[in-house]
Design a protein around this ligand. Structure first.
Ligand SMILES: Nc1nc2c(ncn2[C@@H]2O[C@H](COP(=O)(O)OP(=O)(O)OP(=O)(O)O)[C@@H](O)[C@H]2O)c(=O)[nH]1
Ligand SMILES: [Mg+2]
Length: 309
């Protein structure tokens, strides 16, 4: 969302939306969206598109002399909130990607109240930052990599419960990466299915695609087939994995053998699926560790929304 001054928008020909109401609008031909009237001073633009669209509309507004606020001020957007922390909670709920995050957020807001904190100033220095909470709000990227034709795309289809990736008994079926939202036991991730890569693959495009997504991953799943003696990830991909990124070794097609090289968890996605629940639990705990959720110290959850605010 983009927060702007009401009179600035009015000068550009957008009639002021009354307080608490919403109107559809064509946003400079860049996107359709709605305008929410906070009051006569503040209006909120909500286009359909993502970050790139928000940036273009912000540039257009600024270029036409309508100043845009760098960051949303939740206590202005949610005047019904009883204090600043509750307003940040409402804002966080409006952008929360993961079902698990909703309960966590409400619980942490209550914890701040129990500590007697009503504003971020009072809360500063008393809570903790959290990578895990950020991952609940903004889906982390999970990348499945490994040799061709070992069931990577079949696994994605099983997790989602429908056919979102191409599966075939032909090496190199997946030709481009597919980013799909997947709910891993309450934690929503952006799952990227890559084309199979091993030392026999010399196609520069395929290597480049897989290397690029691995370099930006929050978690890498190294998929290893049942008869793979070595279970080593192609060096052109392993070189791209950042130091702090977790790597899960996943044994594929467990119905075909026992993974002699050692793996963390094994799955079969055949007619009788096996191990998928264990995989989901492992991935969820790697991304959002349960001891982080159980820790009674409250999260400064506004930092995940507007670090600079
Ligand atoms: N036995 C068995 N076969 C499987 C399993 N999962 C997938 N397959 C089969 O393995 C073959 C390859 O499956 P895909 O999911 O396309 O494999 P992939 O790793 O995505 O292949 P690429 O995209 O070419 O890298 C297909 O014939 C699937 O039916 C499994 O758990 N057990
Ligand atoms: Mg595939």
């Amino acid at each position: 969302m983009i927060q702007v001054q009401g009179d600035g928008l009015d000068r550009l020909g957008f009639p002021l939306v009354p307080m608490g109401q919403i109107k559809r609008a064509d946003l400079f031909g860049i996107d359709d969206g709605v305008i929410y009237g906070v009051d006569t001073h503040t209006q909120i633009l909500m286009p359909h598109g993502g970050v790139a669209i928000l940036r273009r509309i912000s540039e257009e507004l600024s270029g036409r002399g309508c100043p845009v606020r760098d960051s949303v001020r939740p206590h202005e957007v949610y005047p019904e909130a009883t204090n600043e922390i509750e307003a940040w909670c409402m804002h966080a709920l409006s952008v929360m990607a993961s079902p698990l995050g909703v309960d966590v957020l409400l619980d942490h807001t209550a914890r701040w109240f129990d500590m007697g904190c009503a504003s971020r100033n009072e809360a500063n220095g008393r809570g903790r930052s959290s990578v895990a909470l950020n991952r609940l709000i903004n889906p982390p990227t999970v990348v499945a990599v490994g040799r061709a034709n070992i069931g990577k795309s079949s696994l994605l289809n099983t997790l989602v419960g429908q056919r979102v990736a191409l599966v075939a008994d032909v090496v190199g079926t997946t030709r481009d990466h597919v980013g799909v939202p997947v709910n891993l036991g309450g934690v929503v991730v952006r799952w990227i299915d890559t084309p199979g890569v091993d030392e026999r693959v010399e196609d520069a495009d395929e290597i480049e695609i897989a290397a690029r997504v691995v370099a930006n991953a929050d978690l890498v799943i190294h998929c290893i087939d049942a008869d793979d003696e070595r279970g080593v990830l192609d060096s052109r991909l392993s070189a791209e994995i950042r130091d702090q990124v977790s790597v899960v070794r996943l044994g594929m097609r467990s119905d075909l053998g026992h993974h002699p090289c050692g793996v963390d968890v094994r799955v079969c996605t055949g007619q009788v699926a096996e191990g998928v629940g264990d995989l989901v639990a492992l991935l969820r705990d790697q991304l959002v560790p349960s001891d982080e959720i159980d820790d009674p110290c409250p999260w400064r959850f506004w930092e995940s929304l507007a670090p600079e605010a």
